[in-house]
Design a binder for this molecule. Structure first.
Ligand code: FES
Length: 132
């Protein structure tokens, strides 16, 4: 990630190219995996925001072969988070680069605490992320 992006806190992870691949209802995000191309390979990620979501959410296909979901808000100053390919970690897009493992524990940086992670279930080609 370039220095300018870090200065302005611009993350690398984009919203899904198929905006219709997900919906939110009753505290759950449901993603149709066949429509979420970004999640088809390890290291791939999407960020979900808006549509009455109570939190910004980062979802990634992790290096460990599992899907992970996090509150997309660094506990330092609230910037967004990106995956760190090949390191089993996610990192704040700011200059300070707070870094967390897949359970949300802080590895390094000035963050004030762990990153909130959400339970992810998979069924019938869908990912279900439980926000509550
Ligand atoms: S906002 Fe994330 S390290 Fe500062």
């Amino acid at each position: 990630m370039g220095l300018l992006k870090r200065i302005f806190g611009i993350c690398e992870t984009k919203p899904p190219s198929d905006a219709g691949c997900w919906r939110y209802s009753g505290g759950k995000i449901e993603i149709q995996l066949e429509r979420a191309a970004e999640l088809s390979n390890r290291g791939g990620a999407i960020r979900l925001e808006g549509r009455e979501l109570p939190e910004r959410v980062l979802i990634l296909n992790g290096d460990d072969g599992n899907f992970h979901a996090f509150k997309n808000k660094c506990t330092h100053m609230g910037r967004r988070i990106d995956p760190v390919d090949g390191h089993g970690a996610v990192q704040c897009c700011s200059l300070s680069k707070s870094t967390f493992n897949y359970t949300g524990e802080m590895i390094s940086g000035p963050a004030k605490g762990p990153l909130t992670s959400f339970k992810v279930e998979s069924e019938d080609g869908k990912l279900i992320i439980l926000l509550e």
